[in-house]
Design a protein around this ligand. Structure first.
Ligand SMILES: [Zn+2]
Ligand SMILES: [Zn+2]
Length: 157
């Protein structure tokens, strides 16, 4: 996936690019980043002497995994894009490849702790029940040892 720059040969020239494109889900350090729908890129590209500068924004919707309850949730993506791509690092000066730029910007935008909502209760460490959907019985089963003796006493009655 790239933007054709063959019409942006003059230094100082600029062009406005608006692009909707599919982007594959990807993994990063065991985190799954899902892309829910086509991404929308709206950027100005400037030809400086040594580089192309991109300035604009990227919109879309991600599917992330909550770090507490492990459920997937949708997260709106709305990023400012400010990038400089050095000409000497481009394989072809007419092709501005986007995949790495898009991927890096999405990764930088992710919160350190992904949460489906701020007060997510997470899952019960004993039974795995998602506590956002209701309480489990585990706390009731965790009987105080002193009471347990009493319970044995009554059970034998
Ligand atoms: Zn959650
Ligand atoms: Zn439980």
């Amino acid at each position: 996936m790239y933007i054709n720059l063959s019409d942006l040969k003059d230094i100082g020239a600029c062009k406005h690019v608006v692009l909707d494109f599919e982007f594959n889900d990807f993994k990063y350090q065991d985190r799954e980043i899902g892309i829910n729908k086509p991404l929308h890129l709206d950027v100005d590209i400037f030809n400086t002497k040594d580089s192309f500068q991109l300035s604009g924004n990227l919109k879309g919707e991600l599917i992330l995994e909550c770090s507490r309850c492990l459920e997937k949730y949708n997260s709106e993506l709305n990023l400012k894009i400010e990038e400089e791509v050095l000409k000497e690092e481009m394989e072809d000066a007419d092709e501005l490849h986007l995949a790495d730029i898009i991927r890096d910007n999405i990764l930088l935008s992710l919160p350190i702790k992904t949460l489906c909502f701020a007060d997510c209760k997470g899952i019960c460490p004993y039974c795995g029940q998602n506590l956002n959907r209701g309480d489990c019985d585990c706390e009731v089963k965790q009987v105080d040892p002193r009471l347990a003796k009493l319970k044995d006493f009554f059970d034998t009655e």
